[in-house]
Design a protein around this ligand. Structure first.
Ligand code: ADP
Ligand code: MG
Length: 707
């Protein structure tokens, strides 16, 4: 932004020193350009009034406008609770207007008996409509006021900001800012050529900015929104597609040309089952990256239980066959230990050394692993995020597998990269399938493999939702399953906000189970995050070996735990879990050939979203469908609990979950543009380059380039 848009906002009429400070601190707004690039998130049609009788619960805390006559005033209460109350009538009903502050000023400005336009957020208390600190304007005044638009924009705000700059003041400020900006014909120069605009039916940037603040009609508002979303998503796509192209031209990948002894011995003689078609295909895809000369950056999506571990192991053997080390990083201690156990078993009889390193590795284990890694004696290292500590020095790291990708932050993953001069090949495995729309935006420059087939013989898990009142029925069912020799999980939510509470629910639940459910006959293992790793391990081992019938746990067991004989997953307070977490937990059963069940327990009172989640779980086993729904319910910024999408791109108006069509168009257009001018160096693309840079917050961390 240059020229007039770069001017300090404090010179805009209605701002001044104080508000300028608040605007900067609360909203990062310093210049006229900053101000005009903040868009309303909703609009009120100020040409429309409602009547008091129309106010209902659905309108609580939304802005409405009412025309009514003031018929009485009084002071109520004492001290700080003292308030000024005005009675208002509009012929259909009555309302109370309340002021706690600025009472003198308001009292002077109103005249009982006259008609006013009231603008504010109604609340209903004992059937009465009231407005706290409404905006109020005489009808004459409202009619004479010159307005840019019949719509009033409501801007994102914070408590402090709205105290300092109330809605109407914001409107005035924006109007003044626009008037200054519009004197400069070069303000809002259009980054999109006329030809391009015509192709996509886009209005000019200037028109769009004007109409986003002062919509001249519903239609123009829609067009303005469309245009501004297009710009944002084009900016995002220009970044992603450029990285993709660049990565494809970089020839810096390790070469693993050989399919050697380890892989072949394992594949022909040792593998405990036949690979599924999907597993075979994915291994081929990975192998073709490993011989391409380019560094692999591949995302492997496969629903829970689809057999990703085997793919990881076999492709790690490819690295070892070519003289490289490989490592796999798991999100939890339990999962790392489990991978270690299964990979050690797989590696038996192969000349491959497997080691483990986690945060709680004992001194000896730690020393042996660190030495072995540094000397190159260890071929495959398994661990938690302890692997990214500086102390861990690989002799020759060629391949990194990251399991359950969403648990790791971008920075953490980026750190592994620095372990080598040359970047290792990277495989990121996720059991929470990412909806295609989101994958396209966020991982637009990653290769994606999908395991879309479960190992044979699996029966779909049956999922039921019980209210707490049907607890006895649930216990009865568990008894039946245990009598058949099966095992059962009962999972309690882990309360993040309070460390102390972490397993309180679990123990409370445990007690109530012991009360309602005669235990002596059953052997119970317990597992939660606060236990020492060796106790956790012992507990898991007890369950795994069949010594325990019931595993009572917090969601620490969520990822990866593999006990094929467990056929029932009971999830307590299921409404408190996210959808992907529920799906993950359910994936702990249904791993053997037996019919498995998931029972979601909940209280009677459910929020709309909570209910939608439980219903979705009962309706489908398909992780992709669930993640699409999750995206809808939670929005893209929040998916996987990483807020990665939110972190990586600065989006004011576009929405990654709903603007999929624009995303597709901008993707294609970005490719068009980059084909002509890969680095956006042509003079006519200066503004496009700014657009690209504006929406990607973080230069340093290359989000989609996960290595
Ligand atoms: P996830 O993809 O959730 O990580 P795992 O790798 O833990 O799944 O595999 C789930 C279970 O399926 C494991 O017990 C594994 O040994 C088994 N498994 C994997 N692939 C096959 C296959 N092709 N045939 C039969 N069982 C398999
Ligand atoms: Mg797994």
């Amino acid at each position: 932004m240059s020229g007039v848009l770069a001017r300090d906002i404090k010179f805009v009429g209605g701002v001044g020193e104080l508000r300028a400070k608040v605007l900067e601190r609360e909203a990062g707004v310093r210049t006229i350009g900053d101000l005009l690039m903040r868009f309303p998130y909703r609009y009120i049609d100020r040409t429309r009034h409602i009547t008091l009788s129309e106010v209902d619960e659905s309108m609580e805390s939304t802005y409405v406008q009412v025309r009514c006559r003031l018929v009485g005033k009084s002071y109520v209460g004492e001290g700080p609770r003292r308030r000024f109350v005005v009675e208002a009538l509009d012929g259909t009903g009555s309302a109370e207007l309340l002021w706690f502050q600025g009472v003198k000023w308001i009292e002077k400005r109103i005249e009982i008996g006259r008609e006013y336009i009231i603008f504010g957020r109604p609340s209903l208390y004992r059937g009465r409509v009231s407005f706290v600190h409404p905006e109020i304007e005489s009808v004459e005044q409202a009619l004479s006021r010159k307005q840019e638009s019949g719509f009033q924009g409501i801007y994102p705000s914070t408590e402090k900001l709205s105290q300092s700059v109330p809605i109407k003041a914001m409107q005035t400020i924006i109007t003044n800012a626009w008037q200054i900006a519009s004197t400069d014909p070069s303000a809002f120069a259009d980054p999109l050529s006329e030809q391009l605009r015509r192709r996509y039916g886009l209005i000019s940037l200037r028109e769009a900015i004007y109409n986003i603040h002062f919509p001249q009609s519903q239609e123009l508002l829609r067009q303005a929104q469309y245009r501004l979303k297009f710009d944002e998503l084009l900016g995002v796509q220009l970044t992603i597609q450029a990285r993709r192209t660049e990565r494809h031209t970089r020839n810096n990948g390790f070469l693993f040309p050989r399919v050697g002894e380890h892989f072949n011995t394992f594949y022909h003689h040792k593998i405990p089952f036949a690979l599924t078609g999907a597993q075979q295909r994915v291994i081929k895809e990975i192998r073709s990256d490993m011989i391409s000369g380019r560094q692999m950056n591949r995302l492997l999506q496969g629903d829970v239980g689809s057999g990703k571990t085997m793919v990881a192991f076999m492709t790690m053997l490819l690295a070892v066959d070519n003289g490289f080390q490989a490592c796999i990083m798991a999100p939890t201690e339990i999962l790392a230990r489990q991978h270690y156990a299964s990979m050690q078993r797989f590696a038996e009889g192969l000349d491959v050394r497997v080691a483990i390193l986690t945060g709680s590795s004992k001194a000896k284990e730690r020393r042996l692993s660190l030495e072995g890694i540094a000397s190159g004696e260890v071929d495959i290292l398994i661990g938690t995020h302890a692997l990214i500590e500086d102390k861990v020095q690989f002799a020759n790291l060629g391949y990194v597998v990251i399991d359950e990708q969403h648990r790791f932050g971008v920075e953490q993953r980026a750190k592994l990269w620095t372990k080598n001069q040359q970047p290792p090949h990277i495989l990121v495995m996720t059991a929470t399938p990412i909806p295609r729309t989101l994958a396209m935006t966020l991982y637009g420059d990653l290769e994606v493999s999908v395991i879309d087939e479960l190992p044979p013989g699996r029966q779909p898990i049956r999922t039921y939702h019980y209210y707490d009142s049907s607890r006895l029925k649930m216990f009865g069912f568990l008894r039946g399953e245990i009598a058949k020799g099966r095992q059962v999980y009962i999972v309690y939510p882990l309360i993040k906000e309070s460390e102390k509470m972490d397993y309180k629910d679990l123990y409370d639940g445990f007690e109530s189970i012991s009360r309602d459910f005669p235990l002596p006959d059953y052997r119970i293992a317990v597992c939660h995050g606060k236990m020492k790793p060796e106790d956790k391990d012992a507990s898991m081992a007890q369950f795994k070996s069949g010594e325990a019938d019931i595993m009572i746990a917090t969601s620490v067991i969520e990822v990866g735990v593999d006990v094929p004989n467990a056929t029932v997953m009971v999830i307590e307070s299921a409404e408190r879990f996210g959808l992907s977490q529920l799906h993950q937990l359910r994936g702990r059963v249904g791993r053997g050939g037996e019919q498995s069940y998931c029972i979601l327990m909940s209280g009677e009172k459910l929020s709309k979203e909570g209910r939608a989640r439980l219903e979705a779980m009962c309706a489908t086993n398909d992780g992709f469908k669930l993640s699409e729904l999750d995206l809808k319910l939670r929005g893209a910024g929040d998916i996987h609990g990483t807020q990665q999408s939110g972190d990586a791109f600065e989006l004011n108006i576009a929405n990654l979950s709903t603007d999929t069509q624009i995303m597709q168009l901008t993707r294609d257009e970005a490719l068009n543009i980059l084909a002509q001018d890969p680095k956006l160096e042509h003079p006519e693309n200066v503004l496009l380059r700014q657009l690209r840079d504006k929406h990607c917050k973080r230069e340093r961390i290359d989000f989609s380039d996960i290595s």
